[in-house]
Write a protein that binds this ligand. Structure first.
Ligand code: L34
Length: 301
């Protein structure tokens, strides 16, 4: 990987930063234990057999163990009813030992993701998907920030990437990534203060926008979508895509590809995130940060 990076292109190592954050969290957990305070406890609900979801949830649970959190994995068959799922959510809302929990998305078609998201107690909403947390995010009030955008902010911060006054193009307007990311990058804050353009499937002349961008955040879910001709020399490129494409080169039969055509785009960049090892691991570190805040009741008392 990254063999043809030119001098001057810095590869943003999300795996390394994620591990640094995990170590910081582990230190804090040790401290909490020493003081006889509550050990953070995250629960994760996984519905069905989607292989990507299984991988992500598995890695969330494993990372909890690594930092000393308690974790509970709750698995349901894909035939679970919405009612059954809502009952479990009610149980988790009422369980004082659970500080935060997530319901891994996507859910099977017969279940309303909106209903499920709204049933989660905002105080335990470690994903930051509940309308109360999203609304508070928009208003710059204390809240849980959706883990992927939160992870990206931490990468920009730890790599000391200047954002103030820059043009930022976010590609993709999902509730989980593109929309909150666009709000955060436009915010009057030390990471933010950008002029943000939110591009999506109906954007005309996308390239005109991206060529003007100092920072591109690609979260459209299409492999190799951002090509070299779309990127300005010296741009910062954050690749949120984690597309599984079939491959004969790997044992698993698939390969992970970002939304950015890495090999041709990287040489033009000042900074770029790889896939894997970029934004993905940061999503997990940020989820743990949210869980720690929940257990310490830092956002809501
Ligand atoms: N409720 N649903 C809920 N919360 C979330 O925060 C997520 N997301 C997205 C999908 N659905 C969700 C995740 O957890 C995406 N996502 C996620 C988490 C971790 C990684 C990727 C996506 C990750 O660890 N990626 C690794 C590679 C993992 C692999 O081998 O497949 C990486 O290095 O990019």
């Amino acid at each position: 990987m990254n063999t043809n990076l030119q001098m001057g292109t810095i590869l943003i190592d999300g795996k390394k930063v994620s591990e640094e954050i995990q170590n910081e969290i582990a230190e804090e957990v040790k401290q909490l234990k020493a003081e006889g305070r509550k050990i953070p406890h995250l629960a994760a609900i996984l519905v069905g057999e989607d292989p990507a979801s299984q991988t992500y949830v598995g890695s969330k649970v494993k990372t909890c163990e690594k930092v000393g959190f308690n974790s509970t994995l709750i698995k349901f068959d894909s035939t679970v009813t919405e009612k059954e799922l809502l009952n479990k959510i009610k149980e988790l809302n009422e369980d004082d030992d659970i500080d935060g929990y997530i319901v891994q998305l996507p859910l099977p078609k017969h279940i309303s993701e909106q209903k499920i998201t709204e049933a989660v107690d905002p105080k335990k909403d470690a994903d930051g998907f509940h309308p109360v947390n999203v609304g508070r995010l928009v208003l710059n009030l204390p809240c849980y920030i959706s883990a992927t955008p939160y992870g990206i902010l931490q990468l920009l911060e730890r790599y000391k990437i200047e954002t103030s006054g820059k043009n930022c193009v976010v590609i993709g307007r999902s509730n989980i990534v593109g929309t909150p990311m666009s709000i955060l990058m436009a915010r009057n804050s030390s990471i933010g203060n950008c002029t943000v353009t939110l591009c999506h499937s109906r954007t005309k002349n996308l390239k005109e926008h991206t060529l003007n961008a100092d920072i591109i955040i690609a979260a459209i879910g299409k492999p190799d979508f951002v090509t070299a001709d779309m990127v300005k020399e010296g741009a910062v490129v954050i690749d949120v895509g984690i597309n599984r494409v079939t491959s004969t080169e790997t044992k698993s039969g698939f390969k992970l590809k970002g939304d950015v055509k890495f090999d041709e785009v990287a040489p033009k960049c000042s900074f770029i995130t790889p896939v894997p090892g970029g934004v993905g691991p940061m999503t997990i570190a940020s989820l743990l940060k949210n869980t720690l805040m929940a257990s310490k009741k830092e956002i809501y008392s």
